[in-house]
Design a protein around this ligand. Sequence first.
Ligand SMILES: Cc1cc2nc3c(=O)[nH]c(=O)nc-3n(C[C@H](O)[C@H](O)[C@H](O)COP(=O)(O)O)c2cc1C
Length: 224
Amino acid sequence: MLEQDLKRAEKITRHTQRNWEESVPFPQPHTDKIVKFATESPSKNGLQYYDLAVVTDNSVKRALYDCTLGYTHNHNANVSINNGRGLEKNSQVLAPLVLVWLNKYKKPDQSDEMVWTDAYHEDFEMLERKGVDSSVQLKEFTSMHVGISSAYANLMAGALGYKTGFCRCLINYYKLAHALGIDQKVELMLGIGEGNEMLKHNVNPDTNFEYGSVIKEPVKIIKI
Ligand SMILES: Cc1cc2nc3c(=O)[nH]c(=O)nc-3n(C[C@H](O)[C@H](O)[C@H](O)COP(=O)(O)O)c2cc1C
């Protein structure tokens, strides 16, 4: 990719898209490119710390959307409802293509306590046999790898000309797992598609709610 293309992809994906052109199905060849790029990103010891759900089914997306209820605080809403959380949901997960990163090693029980999966015990034993101390690795490195993989997905989506929206509105892990029909902890979701040209990028098409930013903090760069 040329530097100009890379800059363009970063610009397209810089802001979270909250509304979508939903009439056209997401092209399969583009899905394949994004998924391949995301899942072949670098990983420590070659382990895969996550699984990736590729969601195009509208009823599943609606179920994910319902799971995000109340996470975005609407200052104008009546906050006495929904335990003070308000009634906003996160419409970035209604995108034509939604990628969901799932923790390979943790699953929620009915009270949202995390339990180790069978894959955790299998990988733990496999690494032990190879003489690798995996105690910290398997417990703590999933978020890091989800970050790397999702950044790759985001950039490839941008390079193909799509808008994107990250979502980590994760309140009820058990309900989210149930919505997907997968017994694992959801770590991150990413909506990908063309934006609805009639709306600003940060407007929920169902409610017209305009999402804001809490802060735009510059990164401190330390030259050593
Ligand atoms: C990793 C990640 C997770 C995010 N999770 C959420 C989320 O759970 N809910 C939400 O409303 N926005 C989420 N966002 C979007 C940011 O909050 C949003 O980009 C920021 O407020 C700036 O707004 P803008 O993108 O409209 O400029 C997430 C962004 C990133 C990169």
